[in-house]
Design a protein around this ligand. Sequence first.
Ligand SMILES: NC(=O)c1ccc[n+]([C@@H]2O[C@H](COP(=O)([O-])OP(=O)(O)OC[C@H]3O[C@@H](n4cnc5c(N)ncnc54)[C@H](O)[C@@H]3O)[C@@H](O)[C@H]2O)c1
Ligand SMILES: [Zn+2]
Length: 408
Amino acid sequence: MVSEAKEPLDIRGAGALDSKSPDFVATPGDIRPLSLHDRLSSNHVQKIRVRTKPNAYVVQVGAGLLRRAGRELRRVLPSSGSRVFVITSPNVRRHWGEALEKSLRDARLPYEVLEMHDGEPAKRLHAVEQLAESLVDAKADRKSLLVAFGGGVVGDSAGFLAAIFMRGVPVVQIPTTVVAQVDASIGGKTGVNLRGGKNLVGSFHQPSAVLVDPDILATLDDREFRSGLFESLKCGVIRDSHLFDLMERNPKKILGRDSRTLQRVIADSIRVKADVVSADEKESGLRRILNFGHTIGHALEAATDYSQFLHGEAVAWGMIAAAAIARESGACNAETAERITAATRLYGPLPRVSCDVQSVLGRLGADKKTVAGAVHFVLPRKIGKVKISSDVPPSTVRNAVELIGNHA
Ligand SMILES: NC(=O)c1ccc[n+]([C@@H]2O[C@H](COP(=O)([O-])OP(=O)(O)OC[C@H]3O[C@@H](n4cnc5c(N)ncnc54)[C@H](O)[C@@H]3O)[C@@H](O)[C@H]2O)c1
Ligand SMILES: [Zn+2]
């Protein structure tokens, strides 16, 4: 069956300039809707609302925001006597710890810093347990505020800790990688890995606020940076043709981390994710469109034991494969498929796909997103609009996997 997703929002380009888009620009003492001029030219703080059942919260995006983090944390402090516990990694602390700590001191917030390792192997229950013990030793209580300051590993682990420590304490996310800024910090999914698989223990726990400073990305390793941008490109394909255009036209500026352009890319990506999770918090319907490129991407990661590709790189190959599937099955025309492939390549190079086709195909059925045995593909119809299809012929899938294997 090929079905258009039947979600409350129609699946179309949200349009970077959509008047319904819940973003605002903050000026001292005043919040007003973002004007076209602001959207195109400013480095202002952009505010994007995420509406979920337990609580609505605001994602702020602005270059230099880290310096004002203390002030922003004050606004969401559970009580005047609350203490702040920053959870971070040695690496992030080395680059940006002093900037955050200074802003906490400036805002006269009592705080402590707790460290955990990052990198995927560190995202385990025992790290969460150790942090919980440290919180108790430091006399944290139910009014304490946790701050997850790091990439997705710190964000997911500290978010999960906040979900379960004393049956739940508030957390603010201050993400420091592209992946964490445009994806992991938004939507409230938290959790850790088990030996048997990624994210198998976890909880939904929405943050009280998310503070995104694109300038923090300046110290990110080049490969990590580019890999994260594929999630932004994905957001463009599924729901925001303006974002796609921006990324298609400005690879030099974006890869050069030009502050203004990067802020637009990050904010527009967040807007797509915020829009989608606000409509579908627990991933039953619309949220599935965020899996564009992930069906084959996950299979590639698994077939190579998670050692050859960064997640975003595997998703990039997955997007190229999904574009080929969409073209062959008539979901989109050749031009759309070609634009997606070409734009993806702008943010490469990608590691070659050297595993054999059969091992990738074999992993497809095992994907967590498989529903009742059918492999679901998110397929582009045009830039900014996708559909979900569960009846792609096996030969079409095979052709697409062979195609990415032949790209060098
Ligand atoms: N919860 C969600 O919805 C969601 C969504 C997407 C991804 N994730 C999770 O996110 C994790 C991946 O996140 P990640 O890619 O950020 O990995 P990560 O947290 O391990 O960070 C990657 C590397 O970047 C370094 N780093 C972080 N910020 C830096 C900075 N500003 N400057 C220099 N180095 C910096 C870290 O020290 C680390 O070495 C995965 O576990 C994935 O499951 C979760
Ligand atoms: Zn992803």
